[in-house]
Write a protein that binds this ligand. Structure first.
Ligand SMILES: [Mn+2]
Length: 319
């Protein structure tokens, strides 16, 4: 509780505030950054919402004040608030700001701020913001609520993950009371798909290979598939999730060719720790979602054979 007040006190005393999230932002990163924008503006602050990534993912373009996000740093900043970012190097900043408040929910957060509020049991960073606003009796405008709610949806896979509990639904319900229309957010997020993405899915699904009694599934995306279908990198984002959804699958593994080498994306369903495997290959992530890039290696078969051993060991660990 004390830290919530401390954070708000810092905000009240600052004049020029920068809100910043991790590069390659997702719904929680942008939603959390933009959620505070209308509130700070109303308080009379000069507010910059910064993100180093360009272009921003357009499926999030319905978030209120999306067009305020800039990749240009302001001249004057008294206070920087980083949101949903586990480490300083993912902010896209060259130097440390004068005063930094670090608000996040990643277990792996490195506490790089002057004030650090890390809530690993929260489903999204936006849920942490909700707690801060509530603790300080701040009225939540609809524009803020849309951002908090969207971040909650995207970071929980539409309320499907292990992080979902009663508090998550309470937060969502409160956002609806603040004016969010859940069907509108759902339509914006899930009913604006690209044909190129569906065409790519069709090609990728043909490559699915099951092994380890169906507990492991591989899926491949080649450069050629991307070219033929006109798909963009963003179109590959959820392929591995839908492969995990096959009934017996515990670990889904996507191999994707890109300029650097082969990108490996790993997802697990119930018990397997895929972050361990990702770390072994120089990557990282969470227990249920992780990835790595194998540089200069372009042979899918070789990579698969190498991974198979690790994956087989990991799925065997279940009783
Ligand atoms: Mn998040």
């Amino acid at each position: 509780m004390e830290i919530y007040k401390q954070i708000w006190d810092k905000i009240e005393k600052a004049e020029n505030i920068m809100l910043i999230a991790h590069i390659n932002p997702d719904g929680d990163a942008l939603g959390s950054s933009l959620s505070l924008y209308p509130i700070l503006k109303k308080m009379g602050k000069k507010v910059t919402v910064f993100n180093a990534t360009k272009p921003l993912p357009d499926y999030l373009d319905f978030l209120p004040n999306f067009n305020k996000v800039t990749d240009k740093l302001p001249k004057k900043i008294d206070l920087t608030i980083s949101l949903d970012c586990g480490s300083f190097d993912r902010l896209g900043l060259d130097e440390k700001p004068s005063f930094l408040i670090n608000i996040d929910h990643h277990v792996s957060n490195t506490n790089y701020g002057d004030i650090n509020l890390i809530e690993p049991n929260h489903a999204s960073t936006s849920q942490v913001i909700y707690d801060i606003l509530k603790a300080n009796n701040i009225e939540i405008p609809t524009d803020t609520a849309v951002c908090i709610y969207t971040a909650l949806i995207t970071d929980t896979g539409s309320f499907q993950y292990e992080s979902v509990n009663d508090k998550v639904f309470e937060c969502a319900a409160e956002m609806v009371r603040c004016g969010v229309k859940p069907d509108y957010v759902a339509k914006m997020l899930f009913q604006r798909d690209r044909l190129s993405r569906l065409r790519l899915l069709a090609k990728a699904y043909e490559t699915i290979e099951m092994c380890c009694d169906g507990k492991v599934a591989f899926v491949e995306v080649t450069k050629e598939m991307m070219e033929i279908t006109g798909a963009i990198k963003e179109d590959t984002d959820t392929i591995v999730n839908s492969v995990r959804a096959i009934a017996p699958v515990e670990i889904a593994c996507m191999l994707r060719e890109d300029d650097e080498g082969i990108k490996i994306s790993l997802r697990s369903k119930n018990y397997a720790d895929v972050s361990k495997i990702a770390v072994k290959y120089g990557g990282g992530g969470h227990i249920r979602a992780a990835g790595a890039t194998l540089k200069g290696e372009f042979n899918f078969e070789k990579v698969k054979n190498m991974l198979k051993e690790d994956l087989a060991k990991e799925v065997k660990n279940n009783k």
